[in-house]
Design a protein around this ligand. Structure first.
Ligand code: DOR
Ligand code: ZN
Length: 343
């Protein structure tokens, strides 16, 4: 029986939600093999300042004390230059920008990056990371829709990088060949996260299958191929951010489904399965641990996990009794060949 011992994963993009749901979700993220997570701020209301982020962090620590939490703020018009300094001094790692209206709780997102240039300058000074959800809002006149929204966004990334070459920027959950090519071409301060599901899905897998529907949507086979190739190339600009985004089953199996794939409960088994199939298991540790750690300038984690090559059936769902609802994980019901043990 093959086993692999690895450091616990750095999941550098996760949605842990809040309230009672958070108490359910945070422990599952640990069970999936994560050791440290970068927490997204798109709660309702969103996390707009350091104080709120620190309160949220305490709730997370109570829910699951054995995970390390890296906190982010939601880029918004009320964010001041002074708040950036305060954030940096209190250990906030990044500021997340959502273009207006493109995904869950992004109604307060931005329309024009230039108004944030003073904020970006301050972030550069205090070494905060800009985390970007890179999609343009759909626009009929410009022929922008969810299939090309990422590609149309890319000039914005390039412009921000040109103006702030020392600002570390992560283009989150990339889905397209165009994004892979641009990230490779830009300087070392620009990197990208990749999710397990975008290594696996194309448009055929989410059209009509709500549990695979997320934003940005999975694109064409040629795009998935580009993501797979860059993983195999062992390129340090591309690392794990699961974008695990749980929504209740009743809201997923709905005529108007919420966007988000829930993957944190089996994160490392999914990745072992995917990397094994791509014949690049030896690259897994760099992708799930080293590359992200280096980019974020984090100390190594002193927690390990063991991946074991034995049959593992993903549950159909997790019951959430207090809500009389369920959470359906990625690949629900599927038999895979890897399990994770916490050591
Ligand atoms: O599919 C998504 N779900 N994409 C996002 O950007 C947000 C996330 C969520 O919070 O549900
Ligand atoms: Zn996300």
């Amino acid at each position: 029986m093959k086993t692999i011992v690895l450091p616990a994963a750095e999941d550098l993009h996760i949605h842990l939600r809040d309230g009672e749901l958070l108490k359910f979700i945070a422990p599952l993220a640990k069970a999936g093999g994560a050791g440290r997570v970068l927490v997204m701020p798109n709660l309702k209301p969103y996390i707009k300042n350091t104080e709120q982020a620190l309160i949220y962090k305490k709730q997370l620590q109570l829910a699951e004390p054995e995970l390390e939490y890296l906190m982010t703020l939601y880029l918004n018009p009320n964010l001041t230059v002074a708040e950036i300094q305060k954030a940096a001094e209190n250990g906030i790692i990044g500021i997340k920008s959502y273009p207006k209206g493109v995904t869950t709780n992004s109604e307060s997102g931005l329309e024009n990056y230039e108004i944030y240039y003073p904020i970006f300058a301050e972030m550069e000074k205090y070494n905060l990371v800009l985390n970007i959800h890179g999609e343009m809002p759909s626009n009929e006149a410009q022929n922008i829709c969810i299939m090309n929204a990422e590609e149309y966004f890319l000039p914005n990334l390039e412009r921000i990088h040109q103006n702030f070459p020392k600002l570390r920027i992560v283009l989150e959950h990339i889905t397209s060949k165009a994004a892979v090519e641009l990230i490779k071409r830009l300087g070392i301060t620009v990197a990208a996260t990749i999710t397990p599901h975008h290594l696996e899905l194309t448009v055929d897998d989410w059209a009509g299958q709500n549990h695979n529907y997320c934003k940005p949507v999975a694109k064409y086979p040629v795009d998935r191929q580009a993501l797979r190739e860059v993983i195999k190339e062992n390129n340090s600009k591309f690392f794990l951010g699961s974008d695990s985004a749980p929504h209740l089953k009743s809201l997923k199996e709905n005529a108007c489904a919420c966007a988000g794939v829930f993957s944190s409960s089996h994160l490392m088994p999914y990745l072992a399965e995917i990397f094994d199939k791509l014949n690049c298991l030896e690259q897994l540790e760099n992708f799930t641990s080293r590359f992200g750690q280096n980019f974020y300038q984090l100390k190594p984690l002193n927690k390990s996990i063991k991946l074991v090559n034995i049959p593992n059936q993903i549950p159909d769902s997790f019951k959430i009794n207090f809500l009389k609802d369920e959470l359906v994980p990625f690949w629900a019901g599927k038999n895979i060949n890897w399990q994770v043990e916490l050591i």
